[in-house]
Design a protein around this ligand. Structure first.
Ligand code: AMP
Ligand code: ZN
Length: 112
């Protein structure tokens, strides 16, 4: 499948890995928008939150189970923000479900 993040999971495209388990892969965003900007993704290809169903939601749950460990490892003791963009209005640019974990500074109150 011609998917950038599937290729990153497969190791075909390099990434700065910060965490991995059976279900989840996490790596530094190539264009960070905060001092810490990590992308946390399910290894299973889901295009966006539009593909989350009763059958696939375990992959999202696994992402959210991993996030506290990833945040702690990254030293985000002051808090962090988790964002996912879905579709054109949200400017989703990679069609493999991913969660941005942003932190390391006081983030703006406005989210959109
Ligand atoms: P979104 O706009 O929500 O689809 O987010 C896609 C994110 O992927 C952006 O923040 C990009 O900077 C990031 N990105 C794109 N290509 C790579 C890559 N090869 N390695 C790491 N992050 C990437
Ligand atoms: Zn994919």
């Amino acid at each position: 499948m011609d998917c950038l993040f599937c290729k990153i999971v497969a190791g075909e495209i390099p990434s700065k890995k910060v965490y991995e388990n059976e279900y989840v892969y996490a790596f530094h965003d190539i264009n960070p928008q905060a001092p810490t900007h990590i992308l946390v993704i399910p290894k299973k290809h889901l295009a966006s939150t539009d593909e989350v169903t009763g059958e696939t939601s375990v992959h999202v749950a696994k992402v959210f189970e991993a996030i506290p460990h990833i945040a702690a490892e990254a030293g985000l003791t002051g808090g962090y923000r988790v964002i996912t963009n879905c579709g054109a209005d949200a400017c989703q640019s990679v069609r493999h479900l991913h969660f941005h974990v942003l932190g390391g500074k006081q983030l703006p109150e406005n989210m959109g």
